[in-house]
Design a protein around this ligand. Structure first.
Ligand code: NAP
Length: 250
């Protein structure tokens, strides 16, 4: 196994995750992109990275499922080596709705997909990175959302609350492992141009809200990827438990 640095990007086949995977590959990382079901999108990212000489695999796994997370990390151990960076990015939105119309099934689906998944992947990464477990350290970046601050009223309070939980996870875990060679930071994007808004029921949501964004435009996945990469790099070596807001001033 080589000494090449290795990143796992959950939800790395589309949107912010795909931009992040490509950026890490450009900086010489071996990359594992994880995804839930869109194999075509995953294959395209792998193909693009490999065509530029990068080292990349894809792993289909639902990261809200504990067994699948274990399989994902074990496969990466075997196929690529020791994980140095985890980007927890996989997330979902459901149709825009006020809270009084939300079912328990929907709320639990959002919490499982957006919160349990991050906890499980953090757990597996810490087991491999922590100096307490004979690891040599590492970095975890959790992708939260500006919605954690806004609450996303009338649209998706469930989603916003799931991201609030991620901010608390980031803070708490960063303090648990600060003395074990692991830094844990978060990014809070908002209004980024991806397919996710269509999943929330309004593909043109950003166009509708653009005028309310102080910078007057939406953000691109690459702009979030650059922040994630900086937080993973030695340039942010004294940052842990902190957050970068990437929402054009909101
Ligand atoms: P996206 O374009 O919808 O892509 C989501 C990715 O996550 C896909 O690769 C999807 O896989 C994967 N995924 C979803 N659930 C999964 C699961 N249970 N297991 C494994 N993979 C799963 O989303 P995005 O806009 O790039 O968002 C990425 C992250 O940024 C999310 O955490 C989101 O909450 C956050 N964010 C986005 C925005 C924005 O404006 N776009 C703003 C704030 C925060 P499949 O394609 O196979 O389903």
């Amino acid at each position: 196994m080589s000494n090449q640095k290795l990143v796992i990007v959950t939800g790395g086949a589309r949107g912010i995750g795909a931009a992040t995977a490509k950026l890490f590959a450009k900086h010489g990382y071996a990359v594992c992109i994880n995804y839930k079901s869109n194999t075509v999108a995953a294959n395209n990212v792998v193909k693009e990275i490999k065509s530029l000489g990068g080292n990349c695999i894809s792993q289909k796994a639902d990261v809200s499922n504990e067994e699948e997370v274990l399989r994902l990390f074990n496969n990466v151990d075997r196929e690529l080596g020791k994980v140095s960076v985890l980007v927890n990015n996989a997330g979902i939105l459901k149709q825009q709705s006020r809270l009084e119309k939300m079912s328990a099934d929907r709320i639990n689906l959002i919490l499982n997909n957006n919160v349990t998944s991050y906890f499980l992947c953090c757990r597996e990464a810490v087991k491999r990175m922590s100096t307490e477990h004979q690891g040599s350290g590492g970095v975890i970046i959790n992708v939260s959302s500006a919605a954690a601050r806004s609450g996303a009223p009338n649209e998706y309070v469930d989603y916003a609350a799931s991201k609030g939980a991620i901010d608390t996870l980031t803070k708490g875990l960063s303090l648990e492992v600060a003395g074990e060679g692991i830094r844990v930071n978060g990014v809070r994007p908002g209004f980024i141009y991806t397919d996710m808004h269509a999943d929330g029921g309004e593909p043109e949501r950003i166009a509708r809200l653009k005028s309310k964004i102080p910078m007057g435009r939406d953000g691109m996945p690459k702009e979030v990827a650059e922040a994630i990469y900086w937080l993973a790099s030695e340039k942010s070596s004294f940052s842990t438990g902190s957050f970068l807001d990437l929402a054009g001033g909101l």
